[in-house]
Design a protein around this ligand. Sequence first.
Ligand code: NAD
Length: 476
Amino acid sequence: MLDKRNFYINGKWVKPSKPNDFGVINPSNEETFATISLGDKEDTDSAVRAAKNAFNSWKETSKIERIDYLEKLLRNYKKRFNEMAEAMSMEMGAPIDYAISTHSASGQSHIEDFIVRLKEFKFEEHFDLKSNNHIAYEPIGVCGLITPWNWPINQIALKAIPAFATGCTMILKPSEIAPISAMLFAEMIDETGFPPGVFNLVNGDGAGVGTQISGHPDIDMVSFTGSTRAGKLITKNAADTIKRVCLELGGKGGNIVFSDSYPNAVRDGIRNVMSNSGQSCDAPTRMLVEKSIYDRAVKEAVDEANKINVNLASKKGDHIGPVVSKIQYDKIINLIKDGIDEGATLAAGGPDLPDGLNKGYFIKPTIFTDVTNDMQIAKKEIFGPVLSIIPFNTEDEAIKITNDTEYGLGNYLQTEDKEKAKRVAKKLRSGIVYINGNGADSGTPFGGYRQSGNGREGGIWGLEEYLEIKTITGWK
Ligand code: NAD
């Protein structure tokens, strides 16, 4: 049985240099169910050394060799698919059915998709027929991967798989709040038999291992997913070493519901924002509703929110689970109270615990109506099951309100008018616009504008983040 305090460095599970125990809490019952260790500079340095040594030979592997490794990893992932779902259900509170169908499935689909993209990707190409110049795409080197707790394996796979695929080596620092899925992933890497040092895992917090990674002179790139707050600190700390910093940060998505939207648009919007207990960076947390259908939309929204059950993550069913931690719980409850104090109408939910639950970080699906875009609940990323409904009169006003945020990750719009949908989609300042509930296909780029970040993960764009581009003249 793996000692959860250990780190995976240079192809082995090793003891931390200094014991620094940290309890991993199950948010459904507030109990510690595992103990990890937070790493120290010595652990980070040792992982970076291993990754640096391994880079010399891993970068020379052929595309076919790397595809073989990833296909073997995919087989190992599938074998432990349910275990992965259980780990995430325990560490971050995703209800088990949702953890299986969505969280664990996302890890598998990213491995599958990157294998397809890697097969297609050309690491060398001629510049043009008249030229003797040649273009080569080469791995950037040692990568520091820092991931959040809200979509644990999704974020890890979006970083580690393209790093493997492009010939990079890496140090993963998962969220200390949800590290068990990452440790299981490291076990799969071990079972797959990647050469020692290609993948290393060191647990730790942001102030410790996270900061050591962003400032490390031997790390060539940091790929970070998490809060805008930490993204700024990482960028500043990385500046002295001029490493590449790819950021996937927070969001405050708008969902524009026009009067000609499809019949279930409001209800689908509620389900979307409440899924994963509202803990998604691209959650549509501001619903903008055209005035002519406002009253009907509010009734439907409240009815739908009241139908959503909240319950233990270990139970089967389509309920939502707790939010991840006491810190998040307190932050969300305080923002709900701010919304009430600012004069928004509390139409569903609120700060009290859901019926029948007196332990665990559970929050009722909450809806505020008559919200204006200058209120805190419309500006801040609440990261809980809380929606603000904002009325609008015209298309231009809806676009203006949606874009009036420091973020720009995912926006949504609902209308049966195809021309209007395309026109509005192009005017929204975000990395993704979802029209009429259509999801993004595997392999499309995911990332944000403005303070939502500067990276694009997934597909060929996700591979390119890990590559340097070289021009070679006189090739013919
Ligand atoms: P967080 O920023 O607190 O932590 C994320 C990771 O960064 C953790 O591993 C943490 O230990 C580490 N970290 C914290 N401070 C650091 C520092 N100064 N230096 C280096 N590392 C540091 O975020 P979180 O609470 O774990 O996750 C939620 C946030 O992630 C939300 O803001 C959400 O929108 C964002 N997110 C964005 C995307 C995206 O693709 N844009 C996807 C998922 C989550």
